[in-house]
Design a protein around this ligand. Structure first.
Ligand code: ADP
Ligand code: MG
Length: 703
């Protein structure tokens, strides 16, 4: 229940600015604020005072423990709880939380994936407080725990987590964006922040149904299941009235999120039955990332309170819409000016166009990397399928903006309504009204008025990776622009030439048409755009020499950090396919085949029974059912053998991840598809009461 009202509830479990201002000595508060806003190191001594205030606040709220809360490379969040308890000499219970404990932790890191970054004998990893993301009190049935968002590094400083590179990429883009702003006469801006709002899609299914499906339990997606007669054809679920149970879940979720300062804003039904979405108000990317991690965690936890399970997999149901995360992204100055907002004055517009073109060239130059940043095994089933962006990276700008870029490229104004020409020759956009209602849902990367929306991002993954890549590639484009324009004699002339060149070179990535169409695949090929249709192949982009050089130049990832991430991603892909194959084998062997056999046996008995009662009776229909079932069983067994062999072979590749991943995809996934096809046909033949697992209809209409 809401404590009082929304305003009082929001942030009541966050050690936020108001609380800090109230509870810290003014000087400490100012020092901490400077660290948060400007990234300056926290003076020694200050941490002790902050820690103590944090502890008092946490204890007053009922907490007994604190945890450094971090995001290891397995994509989840990790926590190790320590109580505030210390003992006096007399053995009396006291509480303590030192600045040292706030700033640094030493969890045993040996069980987290490190991709070789941390030799196993050096089990230590360090967590370091990230004071740009506020501490909060996490609630569960056991009470409240003080959570301190932290970065996680190895003994030698290599990033073992997703937060550290993200923070580094924010620094990188801020540095380069400021260089560009200075060119336009901005002398004030001290930091450029990345804003991010991640819309989260998910499915809810009944927990009792879920528990009867090994595939959902082990892999998060259905490996079997015929498409029901009706799913989303009638478009009756999207924005439809919320069911009571779903609505109760959403209410509890909203309240839990608000308490810890996650600005949950919008909730609605999505296109597929049982699919929903939550969108928060955008925040700085680091906080948005932490908040998205907590949102996913709470979605799972709170669904359970309502006897439901929240599925965050990218494609839980074949043939239905998949889930993604629309990663809304923009840049803003320390004064809160959105740099992707077309301005009011010609100068602002020219600056806007530079940032816009920086993004366009960055995405074109590094399309493969952007693609890879949004890749995971689950997304392989989503990208290019129903209502999901294709695996080809392109940018939607809308006709109006595209038209303006064309004018910039040719230097000709062909529409006087667009206003005059800047003395730079850049067409000014005084009355520019970008039609943001024209949302091309088919584009993987769309400009939506004052932000870009990266729609490929997988629903289950952390948004840290995609944003780290996005920030870095744009930082690199901005660096190139600054290199070219700094110190030029005729800034306007050079700027015009540069913009024209950039547009000419990169306009191939702009596509305003239907991204789901087959024609686009051909057109993209003609334009030379990469179309990498699976995650394992895409990961190679991380370890290309150009990528390594760029990430190292901007101090975002070292070569070793990239190589480790590549290894972890490849390994994870292979493991997922392995688990899926083993799960499917078990379901077919132990559930589907016995069910089909029983049905065949009962049908055969029925035929004999009828015939023995009256030999003249027509049993043709039953015989056909029997034949279909038994021939289905034969086909299934054959396909299963193939899968068994492929799954076995896929284990025998040693360390050759590339060959193993290729085999997993081409042989194991292909064999799974074959098995599934036959099993799904059998589902349509075998009697409902014989079918051993909940069907798609059971699942998607279970709540
Ligand atoms: P949609 O039609 O896709 O739902 P909205 O405009 O409602 O679009 O915004 C979707 C998401 O984009 C929200 O999370 C919102 O907070 C976020 N958003 C809005 N403006 C920005 C911005 N400048 N930078 C980053 N995210 C933004
Ligand atoms: Mg959206």
């Amino acid at each position: 229940m809401l404590k009082k009202n929304l305003q009082e509830t929001y942030g009541c479990h966050v050690f936020n600015d108001t609380i800090m201002c109230e509870r810290l000595p003014k000087e400490t508060y100012m020092e901490l604020k400077k660290t948060i806003e400007e990234g300056t190191p926290l003076p020694s001594g200050t941490a002790d005072i902050v820690a103590n205030a944090m502890k008092d606040w946490a204890i007053e709220n009922g907490a007994t423990h604190y945890t450094h809360w971090f995001q290891p490379l397995n994509g989840f969040t990790a926590e190790k709880h320590d109580s505030f308890l210390i003992l006096s000499k007399e053995g009396r219970a006291l509480t303590e939380f030192s600045g040292k404990s706030l700033i640094k932790g030493e969890p045993d890191a040996s069980s987290f994936p490190s991709g070789g970054l941390r030799a196993t004998f050096e089990a230590r990893g360090y967590t370091a407080w990230d004071c740009t993301s506020p501490a909060f009190l996490k609630e569960d049935s056991s009470g409240l725990t003080l959570c301190i968002p932290t970065a996680f590094c190895s003994y030698n400083g290599a990033a073992l987590d997703k937060k550290t590179p993200l923070l580094r990429s924010v620094e990188a883009i801020s540095r380069q964006a400021i260089r560009v702003l200075r060119l336009f006469g901005d002398t004030k801006t001290t930091r450029v922040q990345v804003s991010c709002g991640a819309e989260q899609e998910y499915f809810l299914v009944d927990k009792d149904m879920f528990k009867k499906r090994l595939d959902l339990m082990f892999t998060g997606r259905t490996l079997l299941g015929a498409k029901p007669p009706k799913t989303q054809e009638m478009d009756d679920h999207y924005f439809g009235t919320l069911k009571e149970r779903v609505s109760a879940f959403m209410k509890e979720l909203d309240e839990a999120l608000w308490k810890i300062g996650v600005p949950a804003k919008t909730k609605h039904n999505e296109a597929a039955p049982a699919q929903h979405e939550l969108a928060p108000i955008f925040e700085t990317v680091n906080v948005a990332c932490d908040h998205n991690q907590i949102t996913m965690e709470l979605m799972r936890k709170i669904a359970d309170h309502h006897n439901m399970v929240c599925l965050l997999h990218e494609k839980p149901f074949a043939g239905l819409n998949g889930s993604g995360k629309h990663n809304n992204w923009s840049l803003s100055t320390s004064d809160g000016v959105n740099l992707l907002n077309p301005g009011k004055t010609p100068r602002e517009n020219a600056q806007f166009l530079v940032f816009l073109c920086a993004v366009i060239s960055a995405i074109d130059d590094h399309a493969a990397l952007i693609r890879a940043s949004a890749a995971n095994a689950g997304n392989d089933f989503r990208l290019g399928a129903l209502e999901a962006p294709p695996a080809i990276i392109s940018i939607f700008l809308g006709d109006e903006l595209t038209d303006i870029l064309e004018q910039l490229e040719t230097g000709e104004e062909h529409d006087t309504k667009r206003g005059g020409v800047l003395d730079t020759g850049v067409p000014s956009l005084p009355n520019l009204f970008l039609d943001t209602t024209d949302r091309n849902r088919t584009s993987p990367f769309a400009f939506t008025g004052n932000k870009f929306e990266f729609r490929m991002v997988p629903s289950s993954a952390s948004i840290a990776g995609p944003n780290t890549v996005l920030n870095t590639v744009v930082a690199e484009a901005l660096a190139q622009i600054a290199d070219r324009l700094e110190g030029t004699k005729d800034f306007n002339k050079e700027l015009n030439e540069l913009l024209a060149e950039m547009i000419k070179k990169h306009k191939r990535i702009i596509f305003n048409g239907n991204g789901y169409s087959d024609e686009w695949v051909l057109e993209a090929k003609r334009r030379g755009l990469p179309n990498i249709n699976n995650s394992a192949d895409s990961y190679a982009a991380f370890i290309q020499p150009e990528s390594i050089a760029m990430f190292e130049k901007h101090h975002v990832y070292s070569r070793a950090e990239l190589e480790s991430r590549y290894e972890i991603k490849m390994e994870k892909y292979i493991k997922i396919v392995g688990i899926e194959a083993r799960t499917l084998l078990q379901m077919i062997n132990r559930q589907i085949i016995p069910a089909c056999t029983k049905y065949a046996n009962d049908t055969a008995k029925t035929i004999l029974h009828i015939k023995s009662a009256d030999s003249l009776c027509d049993t043709l229909a039953l015989e056909e059912v029997l034949r279909k079932t038994t021939s289905g069983l034969s086909a299934l067994t054959k396909a299963l053998k193939k899968l068994e062999r492929a799954a076995e072979k896929s284990e025998r590749f040693g360390e050759d991840y590339v060959a193993q991943a290729k085999f997993s995809r081409e042989s194991v996934v292909a064999a799974m598809n074959e098995v599934r096809k036959i099993a799904d046909e059998l589902e349509g033949i075998v009697g409902k009461e014989y079918w051993p697992i909940p069907t798609y209809s059971d699942l998607i209409y279970s709540v």
